[in-house]
Design a protein around this ligand. Structure first.
Ligand SMILES: C[S@@+](CC[C@H](N)C(=O)[O-])C[C@H]1O[C@@H](n2cnc3c(N)ncnc32)[C@H](O)[C@@H]1O
Length: 198
């Protein structure tokens, strides 16, 4: 998908990375994959707006965030290069997030204000066609994978931001730990990992 027609409303994703995410989502839709679209870690909605532009009304779209910014790091996230990512950074309100959709004249997603660890099966769609995981830290990515993987439809994909990014080592560690022993494929470009069932 060519994204140049619309602005990026934050610096939380680059255009090449966004295009990797959207190209994968397009492929999932083209395969007619069953299930909803989810984003874990939506922040102000930079990627969420493009997801909505792409899917229109054809799929249910759920967005999740604490809307209180990042949680605390754990030992897996420690990196000399990543001292900037502190608890409470990236806090925007749910109202600010929803406002972006109003301004863009787009339908807002079903929006969940919660820490990922507090989400239960009732908060997540039964079937997921595509999920974008962008929670930055080990625990956030691990929890997102625990919620999404068992619900991922055949033909579905999970895109994870910040894969192999020096500043956020917990992302790759969470993927490696969670996917151990599971049948999956992983490829990546522009720090976006694409995980599919093998
Ligand atoms: C990098 S930003 C997301 C950027 C967004 N996906 C985009 O492309 O513009 C990370 C977001 O994840 C949220 N987050 C990280 N860990 C979380 C957790 N454990 N529970 C809830 N929200 C979390 C933060 O509040 C923050 O808004």
């Amino acid at each position: 998908m060519n994204t140049s027609k619309y602005p990026l409303i934050s610096d939380q994703i680059s255009r090449p990375a966004l295009e990797v995410v959207l190209t994968e989502l397009e492929a999932v839709l083209a395969r007619g994959t069953a299930g909803a679209i989810c984003e874990f870690g939506c922040y102000i909605g930079t990627t969420s707006l493009f997801i909505r532009r792409l899917i229109g009304d054809q799929k249910e779209f759920h967005a999740y965030d604490s809307f209180e910014g990042l949680p605390a790091k754990d030992a897996h996230d420690q990196s000399a290069a990543g001292i900037d990512f502190r608890a409470g950074e990236l806090a925007v309100s749910k109202k600010q997030f929803l406002e972006q959709f109003r301004k863009a004249n787009l339908r807002s997603p079903i929006t969940h204000k919660a820490w990922f660890d507090d989400l239960t099966a009732q908060d997540v769609p039964d079937k997921i066609a595509f999920a974008f995981l962008d929670g930055d830290f080990y625990g956030s990515i691990l929890t997102s994978l625990r919620l999404v993987w068992p619900r991922l439809s055949d033909g579905g994909s999970i895109a994870v931001d910040d894969y192999r990014r020096e500043t956020l080592p917990g992302v790759e560690r969470a993927i490696t730990d969670f996917m151990q022993g599971k049948a999956y494929r992983l490829r990546y470009a522009h720090n976006i990992a694409i995980i599919t069932k093998a």
